[in-house]
Design a protein around this ligand. Structure first.
Ligand SMILES: [Fe+2]
Length: 301
């Protein structure tokens, strides 16, 4: 069988080129196996309810939250955001190649406040732009500048302050509901775990969830809230992550292909662990849904 005789529609242009030029590992047989695996992923993983139908973020986007509901959201998000740092550090430590370690370190350093800059783009680094609405989402932390104010947590803290939260009330594990902590613990176990295959499955699941459009719903909700209340809550945290995901979403298949063509992959386990990760993501949003229902009658103030 050669590459011209088989139907390879559905492969990314990069993988297609690799198959046609017979790069090591990129056989037509493997390509067909990948396409079968891809359709399994679509029907057994990416159809998870947290990707296709997130009731909480749909509600949030309408901007009708009261102050107590908004505070609860910001608090739980800040707890997740900080716990994610621990999972990401573990991912750095558990990487099985130097390249993998660096890729994870990029994300961790950027979370903490090192801005991305494109190669040769020293101007951006020198001007030290860390306003999230304009901060870079592409390039590397290599040669980037650190600013406390560019730490993602500080962007969230900017909102928290404006809605009357005190520092001890945000970001700590003790501020998390059981649902948020379950999500955090599953991130540690799966995404940041020692088994690289499980970690890859969890990463893939998390990335597809993040690319599924919920950032836009959150931004829409904040915009409407600001409009209704005449407030100007700084929502750069959400705008930045939406921009990041918009460009990342285009690469998730390429990343999976790169992994698939180079490594024998236990497909059932990949799908199972991916689903376990998404179940935990769903638990996080279900927890927020429960909280917002409980706070529905709370008077603003
Ligand atoms: Fe972040």
């Amino acid at each position: 069988m050669n590459a011209e005789e088989v139907d390879l529609a559905g492969l990314s242009p990069t993988a297609l080129r690799a198959v046609r030029s017979r790069s090591p590992g990129y056989t037509p047989e493997r390509a067909q196996a990948f396409l079968r695996f891809k359709s399994r992923i679509e029907s057994e993983l990416l159809n998870h309810r947290v990707i296709t139908a997130n009731g909480y973020t749909a509600w949030f986007s309408r901007g009708g939250q009261n102050e107590a509901q908004l505070r609860a959201f910001v608090v739980q998000f800040s707890v997740f955001s900080n716990q994610f740092l621990i999972a990401q550090l573990n991912k750095v430590i558990n990487a099985d190649t130097l390249d993998g370690m660096r890729a994870s370190k990029e994300i961790l350093a950027n979370e903490l406040g090192v801005t991305f800059s494109k190669t040769g783009d020293a101007g951006t680094a020198r001007t030290g732009r860390y306003d999230p609405e304009h901060a870079g989402t592409e390039g590397s932390v290599q040669g980037g500048l650190f600013h406390f104010e560019a730490g993602h947590f500080e962007w969230l803290w900017g909102i928290a302050q404006r809605i009357g939260l005190e520092f001890p009330q945000v970001g700590h594990r003790r501020n998390g509901t059981p649902a948020t902590l379950r999500f955090a613990d599953e991130l540690l176990r799966l995404y940041g775990g020692e088994n690289y295959e499980i970690s890859q499955a969890a990463s893939f699941a998390v990335e597809n969830w993040a690319a599924a459009g919920f950032w836009k719903q959150l931004i829409e909700g904040f915009r409407r809230y600001n409009e209704k209340r005449g407030t100007r809550l700084p929502i750069g945290f959400f705008v930045w992550h939406d921009r990041l995901e918009a460009q990342h979403a285009r690469h998730t298949q390429e990343e999976l292909e790169e992994y698939y063509f180079q490594t024998p992959l236990a497909e059932d386990a990949f799908i199972r662990y991916g689903n376990e990760m998404l179940d935990a993501v769903a638990a996080f949003w279900d927890g927020l849904e429960e909280q917002r229902l409980a706070l529905a009658d709370v008077r603003s103030g």
